[in-house]
Design a protein around this ligand. Sequence first.
Ligand code: HEC
Ligand code: HEC
Ligand code: HEC
Ligand code: HEC
Length: 234
Amino acid sequence: MRRFKLQILTAAALFGLALTVSAAPGEYVGVAVCTKCHAVQGDSWAGTTHAKAFDSLKANTKVEEKKKAKLDPAKDYTKDKDCIGCHSTGYGKPGGYKIGAAPGGEMALGSVGCESCHGPGEGYRDEHAAAEKQFVRASKTTPRKKLVGLGEIFDYERACAVCHLNYQGSPLKGAKAPFTPFTPAVDAKYKYDFDKAVRTKALHEHYKLKGSFEGEPLPKVRAEFQKTAKEIPE
Ligand code: HEC
Ligand code: HEC
Ligand code: HEC
Ligand code: HEC
């Protein structure tokens, strides 16, 4: 079901345009697919506020916070397209969360799930297992670049920013509505700094990787987090 968008501009030379060939990433597959192989990250993620982000859209939750942001605490925002994009996974994209769907269930897309940060999984999930097999059997590594072509994200700064810094006057280039209502102007505690945020309990705990993948793009925080990462229990 992978769809490739092939855009070959034959007039490239004539008009000085770039020749672009881009592969569209696959669909969103949901948390349950990832946690089949990454159970430890899944258990840890389930305890984070990201896993419960949908609940904040329900009526009569976070009452004081909503009042302060000039939202109506008695209103149910769970079906509101001005909210759901950042409180679920892949809204408006193939395979992503659809308004009205149960937030949990099979795919559990009604949360800020694995694929909100790591990218839609349909294209790369099989490559993970294949690469590890090859690594364990033949000590052969796979270039991480291959995963990028399959839709996996390693630029976490950007992945987080599209939700956390999407408001008018933020440092995010190309911010566009719907904006987050919780900005530093509402309360200084909403000031967002990637370097701090990525080291908080909002993120799942980190576990040792074998090293099946290598090379660029290596996430900036990888070496640091792997140094103190836990062993995956047998
Ligand atoms: C799909 C949108 C989305 C993405 C992507 C995202 N977040 Fe969040 N984040 C949220 C929402 C929504 C909340 C608020 C959850 C709630 O309380 O309902 C939140 C909460 C947080 C908090 C506050 C947690 C707390 O306990 O108070 C931190 C810190 C944070 N995120 C860091 C990050 C970092 C770092 C990344 C990227 C690695 C990231 N987020 C990616 C939407 C997102
Ligand atoms: C552009 C992304 C985005 C949109 C759109 C968005 N949110 Fe959020 N929301 C966030 C992020 C990011 C946070 C976490 C802020 C933090 O803790 O720094 C958050 C946090 C919250 C919180 C928890 C605040 C707290 O202090 O615990 C509530 C409640 C909430 N959002 C409700 C809504 C509602 C209702 C809407 C629609 C009217 C909405 N959000 C639209 C990104 C968004
Ligand atoms: C809020 C963003 C965010 C969410 C949600 C998220 N991750 Fe991560 N994940 C990260 C960051 C940041 C790292 C650390 C950087 C790195 O090593 O790639 C990471 C690292 C990993 C790693 C590498 C090994 C490790 O433990 O550090 C795996 C595997 C992983 N995540 C799987 C998952 C799975 C499975 C889920 C869903 C259950 C998930 N992640 C949810 C941001 C996120
Ligand atoms: C069939 C099993 C399987 C599935 C399904 C799977 N993974 Fe993986 N994943 C692995 C294995 C094995 C590795 C390599 C581990 C190593 O090198 O130790 C890996 C590696 C990773 C890494 C680190 C890649 C790197 O840069 O080295 C991340 C992040 C990750 N997985 C996230 C996810 C997410 C998110 C999903 C769901 C969309 C997912 N995985 C689905 C088995 C799987």
